[in-house]
Design a protein around this ligand. Structure first.
Ligand SMILES: NC(=O)c1ccc[n+]([C@@H]2O[C@H](COP(=O)([O-])OP(=O)(O)OC[C@H]3O[C@@H](n4cnc5c(N)ncnc54)[C@H](OP(=O)(O)O)[C@@H]3O)[C@@H](O)[C@H]2O)c1
Length: 269
């Protein structure tokens, strides 16, 4: 079935970081809208299982692609693995999030965060954005985070990388709209993905609002084409409004830092 969504963003979508959590939810939701999907991640087994599920549930094609998004030859490798496919939608979902004191981490960990969270989305947006602009249609979704709106202790390089994704997406929303390419930065708050659950956050009395991956994905796909940035979830929008509109920036940074230290007590220096 070709839908308005399929005509605008089909016939193929590529989801980078697709084997579980938000990425798998993007893959399923996009396939449910009639697009075939390229599913990119490192875990071959999970990708194969998801591709099989998507084919049988939605009757579209699904191609698993095993690829490290932090690899220096990312663009060449994906060009080869998606040769001949008309990719009209790219979702860059993967995000490396190392929690702990900045100076205690080896520099390599911070640089890897930049590779996966900044270089990857920049490179794929450039590579797949060019043919989209030539065709005069297409979509790009970059996953950012509430952590991208201000600095935050214990996740300094992650937080800075998510600010990069947020501003890259917003900038290109304005720049590429005249060429028919819709770009969206999606800022999620706490989302119950395997990665988030495995981080074992400790919740006090003031628990941050949590969302399911499917809820975040539906808000993102509904916002693509109409806005530059979506903060998923009304609780997160309220939190964002209080932190970013009502408070001085330094106070918001202090509050985020205190909240991270409470949530991850074993990561404190
Ligand atoms: N979960 C939250 O609470 C939350 C909150 C705010 C923002 N976000 C953002 O939402 C996005 C998704 O988060 P998530 O919690 O689902 O976890 P995630 O760890 O960012 O994403 C998991 C997916 O990305 C893949 N991936 C990770 N690193 C990769 C690499 N180097 N190469 C290829 N694939 C890679 C993983 O598969 P493999 O391990 O198989 O490669 C998996 O499919 C991220 O950008 C994150 O910053 C999440």
């Amino acid at each position: 079935m070709t839908t308005g969504f399929g005509e605008r963003y089909g016939p193929w979508a590529l989801v980078a970081g697709a084997s579980d959590g938000l990425g798998a939810a993007f893959g399923r939701a996009i396939a449910a809208r009639g697009l075939s999907v390229v599913l990119v991640a490192r875990s071959a087994d999970k990708l194969e299982a998801l591709a099989e599920e998507i084919r049988s549930e939605h009757g579209v094609e699904a191609r698993p692609v095993v690829q490290d998004l932090g690899s220096p030859d990312l663009v060449d490798a994906l060009e080869e693995k998606t040769a001949g496919l008309e990719v009209g939608l790219v979702v860059y979902n993967a995000g490396l999030s190392i929690i702990g004191p900045f100076l205690d981490q080896p520099l390599e960990n911070h640089l890897e965060t930049l590779q996966v969270n900044c270089r990857g989305p920049l490179a794929l947006t450039h590579h797949y954005g060019r043919p989209m602009a030539r065709r005069g249609r297409g979509g790009i979704v970059l996953m950012s985070s509430l952590a991208g709106f201000q600095g935050s202790a214990l996740v300094a390089s992650y937080s800075a990388s998510k600010a990069f994704d947020l501003v890259l997406g917003e900038s290109l929303w304005e720049e590429l709209r005249e060429q028919g390419v819709d770009v969206l930065s999606c800022c999620a708050g706490a989302t119950r993905t395997p990665n988030y659950i495995a981080s074992e956050p400790v919740h006090g009395r003031l628990k941050a609002p949590e969302m399911e991956p499917e809820e975040v994905v539906e808000e993102a796909l509904a916002s693509l084409g109409s806005r530059a940035c979506v903060v998923a979830g009304s609780g997160n929008r309220l939190l964002g409004f209080i932190l970013h509109r009502l408070m001085p920036r330094s106070l918001a940074v202090r509050i985020m830092g205190a909240s991270m230290r409470r949530m991850y007590p074993s990561s404190r220096s």
